[in-house]
Design a protein around this ligand. Structure first.
Ligand SMILES: *Cc1c(COP(=O)(O)O)cnc(C)c1O
Length: 360
């Protein structure tokens, strides 16, 4: 076996997908699997398809094109990052439905579809108060008045996303405002069917206790099925599985170490400030493992041996204080970590991290 190695527990990810399907059905919701956290790799995408998922969303068009090629026409694909002009042609070609918040993009998509004697479905992104992407509600209604000029566009519905940028948490008031906005849009567009889509995982908490919010049609989820976790509230979701990903890395040096006291100190390799105040004045047993910031995010990684402390990371190494551990770590030994969203994403992006899929 080669290391570093990301172990992917397909059994638990599959269970989470099934559980979410059942829960969302009880709540009258459909759910869309967000695949950006794992680069939409085929083993996980196929697993989700086997578990009944037919709607996928990603922020990278290349990932969605991959899913289209893998699964064919049975699935609906959403681009949840606002599209670039340079993507519109491919969007159309692969029948991807973009979330849009710019009139310029709507105009271009409309012309493109009209040239091809076809239609283009879109979802209109609305700012839910997190000051991230989306039309402001009043502005959306103004824009909607112009939709009659854009006859080749089909409006699927509206969407809002919170929590990722400024930590704004969703509440019933947000849902009610979105339901009202959808209603006004329906009147302007003279269109009964307009879905309300919300995301991501942070929204699930609204269905934790009754009365459930009404009017939401779909919820877009990544973290929930990947980790059984809600990072916006720093809590696990008790009815989902958390054991889904682990990282194994190999120890390449073990020595008592401390920084030379008279050393002149600058910044680290990433230009970050170095905090020397927490350094011990006695040498402490330190292990280096051969995995670095090119492969993982050191703030989203937790050693399984709870007595190990991560003290730093370079692009090549993760530096561990193993002084307190009861195991006497040796060169060549493996150290296992639990991994969060940021580290899993980076591990999938890194060709240096081997992937091992544990079967169902
Ligand atoms: C990433 C993302 C999601 C999914 O968020 P999770 O917290 O992973 O569930 C949903 N919608 C949009 C627009 C996103 O960018």
């Amino acid at each position: 076996m080669q290391y570093p190695l990301l172990e992917i527990n397909l059994g638990n990810i599959g269970k989470n997908a099934v559980t979410l399907g059942e829960k969302c059905a009880q709540w009258g919701l459909s759910w869309v699997a967000v695949t950006k956290g794992f680069c939409a790799v085929p083993p996980i995408v196929k697993l989700l398809f086997q578990k009944g998922i037919r709607q996928f969303a990603d922020s990278n068009l290349l990932n969605l094109i991959g899913i289209r090629q893998l699964l064919g026409e049975e699935v609906e694909l959403f681009l949840i990052r606002l599209p670039m002009f340079s993507e519109l042609e491919l969007l159309f070609q692969y029948r991807v439905i973009p979330f849009v918040s710019a009139v310029e993009s709507l105009e271009k998509l409309n012309s493109l579809a009209r040239e091809k004697n076809s239609n283009q479905r879109v979802v209109l992104a609305v700012d839910g108060g997190d000051a991230r992407e989306g039309f402001m509600p009043e502005e959306l209604l103004q824009t909607a008045i112009a939709f009659s000029n854009w006859g080749s566009l089909i409006i699927d519905g509206i969407s809002t996303t919170v929590a990722c940028l400024n930590g704004v948490l969703p509440d019933r008031d947000l849902v009610e405002r979105m339901v009202q906005l959808r209603h006004e849009l329906q009147l302007i567009l003279k269109q009964d069917q307009l879905k309300l889509s919300v995301g991501g995982t942070t929204f699930l908490a609204l269905w934790e206790r009754e009365p459930y919010p009404e009017g939401v049609d779909e919820v877009r989820l990544g973290e929930a099925f990947l980790f059984g976790h809600d990072i916006s509230r720093k809590k696990s979701i008790p009815w989902l599985e958390q054991e889904t990903f682990s990282l194994w890395s190999e120890v390449v040096e073990v020595r008592p170490k401390k920084v030379k006291p008279s050393a002149i100190r600058g910044f680290d390799a990433f230009g970050r400030q170095v905090d020397a105040t927490k350094e011990s004045d006695q040498p402490r047993k330190q292990a280096l493992v051969a995995v670095g910031l090119q492969d993982i995010d050191d703030s989203q990684l937790w050693p399984e041996d709870e007595r190990i402390r991560i003290t730093g990371a370079t692009s090549n190494y993760l530096v561990l204080d193993v002084e307190e551990s009861v195991s006497s770590y040796q060169v060549g030994q493996l150290i296992k970590f639990n991994v969060g969203y940021g580290s899993v994403l980076r591990a999938f992006l890194s060709p240096y991290v081997r992937k091992k899929y544990l079967d169902l």
